[in-house]
Design a protein around this ligand. Structure first.
Ligand SMILES: Nc1ncnc2c1ncn2[C@@H]1O[C@H](COP(=O)(O)OP(=O)(O)OP(=O)(O)O)[C@@H](O)[C@H]1O
Ligand SMILES: Cc1ncc(CO)c(N)n1
Length: 512
């Protein structure tokens, strides 16, 4: 299965307070669009104040963890953090030599933000070997000095020069970070002196005013590995990762975690922009609309026309008048369905609406013409109720907003299917209106209705909020037109309606 979500493995130590190490890496990978995996090198009893103790499990168990991942899962990028001992460092180096993951980012963790050591002094040689195997190393200022075997740099220019020497020495791209320097400016730079022409790509930045910087290095290196696995461009990956990191620092003070250097807020920017509120599911939207029209549905069920249609007592003239109006309705309704087909975003939806348009003119009209001669339908004029419904649909079609248009079309499917299904139970061979009752309870109409509900729900779930609101409104308006349409032939009191055109006697004809 191909996927664009990079599978990123963090090999690092733990931080039970969740701000640094593996816990930070997993959050960072997720926040930057990756699938995070983690192999633990060392268990660290630490918090935002400091490190209390470190437990390094047997290296044989580290190897088992590494193999358990690589024997099963494709790895798109590896981020390496705390290694604790020379033995661990060598085991990771050997695993890398064998597995050869396509991207390796090494954050050469030696000292925690609190000042505590996280790497044995004798492991520094082994770390150098590992650096040669990495694609990018991301040392902070003191770590850079150790890799260079020089005193700690105290200016940005000195950091860049030292980074160039480290890059040349290990043949690796170096991210020089200004985090440990003083001053309002906080630049980062990619330094590449491994090739013939050394390059420095600097990304300027300003210091965010916060003491919550615990785990910035862990988080940045994980973000870089994740972003690079997608774009294959270090500068691009750094710009994106740094923008995300700054935002996560800006939101850090909204967290209340610990009394020392607090963690960054890995999802701060994301939550502020989108919130944890997700869009509703298609099913939630359509179920909401359906319950919103429960009053209209209840009124339809109680209409004398609908009750009479079900029990067969409905006046034949009223039924024929209704069918004539419905035939006029279908003529333009099918044109609006064709418009939905024209606007549809996918071939499947295009085909669905086109098939429904065809069904409305050919399928349903057959029923109508079995009761009313086509010439009579041709001579009839639409009633005010019919015109009102059609005007709403035709206007929605003319406006050209697909989502709103299909929401307007939905009650015609859904309410007819719903009413049809209930009335069909009353059908029997001698029932005067059995041909009508069976048309809308038919299995293929049920299938079309389910498809229409799915399509409209999907469009609503993907739409922005104002469009979704407009969809819900027009759905209710059209459900109201359905009610008016069923009410028109008899009126709610069960009499013929005064303002509707009178039924010419010639419209009545015995069903075949
Ligand atoms: N206050 C801040 N404002 C903006 N960016 C910051 C701030 N502090 C750190 N950064 C950025 O965070 C990244 C990592 O910084 P730093 O060099 O301090 O890493 P580190 O010491 O490895 O981090 P840690 O050990 O806390 O995980 C760098 O890109 C740096 O520019
Ligand atoms: C496990 C771990 N890795 C890295 C750091 C550096 O911040 C830390 N504090 N803990």
């Amino acid at each position: 299965m191909s996927t664009s979500i990079p599978r990123v493995l963090s090999i690092a130590g733990t931080d039970p307070t969740g701000g640094a190490g593996i816990q930070a890496d997993l959050k960072s990978i997720a926040a930057n669009g990756g699938y995070g995996m983690a192999v633990v090198t060392a268990l660290v009893a630490q918090n935002t104040v400091g490190v209390r103790s470190v437990h390094v499990p047997p290296v044989s168990f580290l190897r088992e963890q590494l193999d358990a991942v690589s024997d099963d899962v494709g790895i798109d990028a590896v981020k390496i953090g705390m290694l604790a001992t020379a033995e661990v460092t060598i085991a990771v180096d050997q695993w890398l030599a064998r597995v050869r993951p396509p991207v390796v980012v090494l954050d050469p963790v030696m000292v925690a933000t609190s000042g505590d050591r996280l790497l044995d002094a004798e492991a520094e040689q082994a770390l150098g070997d590992l650096a040669r195997r990495a694609d990018l190393v991301t040392p902070n200022v003191p770590e850079l000095a150790i890799l260079a075997g020089e005193p700690v740099a105290t200016s940005w220019d000195a950091v860049l020069e030292q980074a160039a020497r480290v890059s040349a020495r290990y043949g690796v791209l170096v991210l020089a970070k200004g985090g440990h320097l003083r001053g309002a400016d906080l630049p980062d730079a990619l330094v590449d002196a491994a090739g013939e022409t050394p390059t420095v790509t600097e990304i300027p930045g300003v210091r965010v005013d916060t003491t919550s910087t615990h785990g910035t290095g862990c988080s940045l290196s994980s973000a870089l590995a994740t972003r690079f696995a997608v774009s294959r461009d270090w500068e691009n990956a750094l710009r994106e990762s740094k923008a995300w990191l700054v935002e996560s620092l800006q939101h850090a003070d909204s967290l209340d975690v610990g009394t020392g250097h607090g963690p960054i807020h890995h999802f701060g920017g994301m939550w502020a922009r989108g919130g944890t509120a997700t869009r509703p599911s298609p099913q939630e939207v359509t179920a909401g609309w359906w319950s919103d029209v429960s009053d209209i549905r209840a009124e339809i069920d109680e209409l004398p026309f609908v009750c009479g249609l079900g029990d067969g007592t409905l006046d034949r003239d009223a039924f024929v008048w209704y069918l004539t109006q419905d035939a006029l309705y279908l003529r333009d309704y099918s044109r609006v369905l064709a418009q939905a087909s024209r606007l549809a975003p996918t071939a499947a939806e295009q085909a669905f609406w086109a098939a429904s348009a065809q069904g409305a003119i050919l399928g349903e009209m057959q029923l109508h013409e079995s009761w009313v001669p086509p010439e009579t339908i041709g001579r009839a004029a639409p009633s005010p109720t019919t015109s009102a419904y059609l005007d709403t649909l035709l206007a929605a079609g003319a406006r050209g907003d697909y989502a709103v248009l299909v929401a307007a079309l939905l009650p015609c499917f859904w309410i007819y299917h719903d009413v049809g299904q209930r009335l069909e139970r009353l059908s029997h061979p001698g029932h005067p209106y059995s041909s009508w009752l069976e048309t809308y309870a038919d299995e293929s109409f049920a299938l079309s209705t389910a498809q229409a509900v799915q399509i409209v729900g999907t469009a609503a779930a993907a739409a922005d909020e104002s469009t979704r609101t407009a969809m819900g409104e027009i759905f209710r308006v059209c459900a109201g037109h359905e009610l008016a349409f069923f009410a028109a032939p008899l009126g709610t009191q069960g009499r013929a309606v005064g303002q509707e055109p009178a039924l010419p006697g010639s419209l009545t004809r015995a069903a075949p």
